[in-house]
Design a protein around this ligand. Structure first.
Ligand code: SPD
Length: 347
């Protein structure tokens, strides 16, 4: 495992909760129903929960009760890592067409080929919407991709990240150096611990921006989609501060999005908007973001006021932006009619 960098901070005073609960909500058992037929060359970890498919031998199929009746598949060249942390199954495989793939509890978190579409958008949609962001908190995002993107902003002075699962950080540093490069920025402080507890302990009005880069709301990330969490986020933001959270797919999860929108409209007294991006390897090929601001200086998310200057967006260790630009920023808030109707009708 790669050495850690990025100034880890002890979170001994922050209780780490929500450890892995096997078979919770039937998720693991659903994944476990997928039999393992492929030869993996690593350790003894159970392969069933990782989604290696017996339906198409040699392929990974992403099966979950969150998208019943469908499963996107990728051809596996080689399984590079399989492990079981206190929270989840962690797997990395080399795919034939999307580069290396990081999988948590059988669900794709990123691939080398399309991670830019997610990490750049979840980061620059909020940070380009406010002038001079200085203090940024990332909840989740243990792979470091969001850190890489935050670090493009020269106005930022402090980047805190709270990730619950150290194995995700270590595995990302070892297998995804172009993503985990975010940890190399000296402004980054890594806290291994529970994001919910971390936020509760944050003094009121601390951050200009909070980015919640979570996995799906079953398993360790469940609480990150609930009302009390959004209340803590609002409290930790300064007036006119912004949050951007992973907010699932309009094709698959409208009920989840409706709840998030309803909660956010109650809690955030500034702006509340839904945006989306295309990610071919996420279920339904897209994923959305909830962007909200607290009461204070007005934030117009649809019209970025803080464009990333070309020079700062590609400094030494980072590649240039691949996906984000100001036009796609504004376009991301255009919704298909069916989603617009539901999201805009929420009180
Ligand atoms: N359905 C999977 C959603 C995963 C969102 N988080 C990805 C983490 C990448 N930094």
């Amino acid at each position: 495992m790669a050495e850690e960098s990025g100034a880890p901070v002890s979170c001994a005073d922050l209780p780490v909760k929500r450890p892995r609960e096997d078979e919770e909500n039937g998720v693991s058992s659903a994944a476990a129903a997928v039999a393992m037929e492929m030869e993996a060359d690593t350790n003894n970890t159970s392969k069933e929960a990782d989604g290696i498919s017996s339906v198409i031998p040699g392929w990974f199929s992403e099966i979950s009760p969150m998208w019943p009746g469908e499963a996107h598949s990728l051809k596996v060249e080689k399984v590079l890592f399989q492990g079981k942390s206190d929270y989840q199954n962690v797997m990395v495989f080399q795919s034939s067409t999307y580069g290396k793939v990081l999988v948590l509890d059988g669900v794709i978190q990123l691939t080398e080929r399309d991670e830019c579409a997610y990490q750049e958008m979840i980061t620059h949609l909020p940070l380009c919407s406010i002038p001079n962001p200085k203090k940024v908190l990332v909840i989740g995002g243990g792979d470091g991709g969001v850190l890489r993107e935050v670090s493009r902003h020269s106005s930022v002075e402090q980047i805190d990240i709270c990730e619950i699962d150290k194995m995700v950080v270590d595995v990302s540093k070892q297998y995804f150096p172009d993503v985990a490069v975010g940890y190399d920025d000296p402004r980054v402080k890594l806290h291994i611990g529970d994001g919910v507890a971390f936020l509760k302990a944050v003094p009121e009005g601390t951050y200009d921006a909070i980015i919640v880069d979570s996995s799906d709301p079953i398993g360790p990330a469940q609480e990150l989609f609930e009302k009390p969490f959004f209340e803590s986020v609002a409290k930790a933001l300064r007036p006119g501060g912004v949050v951007c959270t992973q907010a699932e797919s309009i094709w698959l999860h409208m009920h989840i999005i409706e709840d998030i929108v309803a909660n956010c409209r109650q809690i955030f007294k500034g702006s509340v908007n839904y945006a989306w991006t295309t990610v071919p390897t996420y279920p339904s090929g897209m994923i959305g973001f909830m962007l909200c601001s607290t009461e204070g200086p007005l934030v117009d998310f649809k019209h970025p006021v803080n464009p990333i200057d070309k020079d700062e967006s590609c400094c030494k260790s980072k590649r240039p932006l691949k996906f984000y630009n100001s036009e796609i920023h504004s376009a991301a808030f255009c919704l298909p009619s069916f989603a617009k109707k539901v999201i805009e009708s929420k009180p």
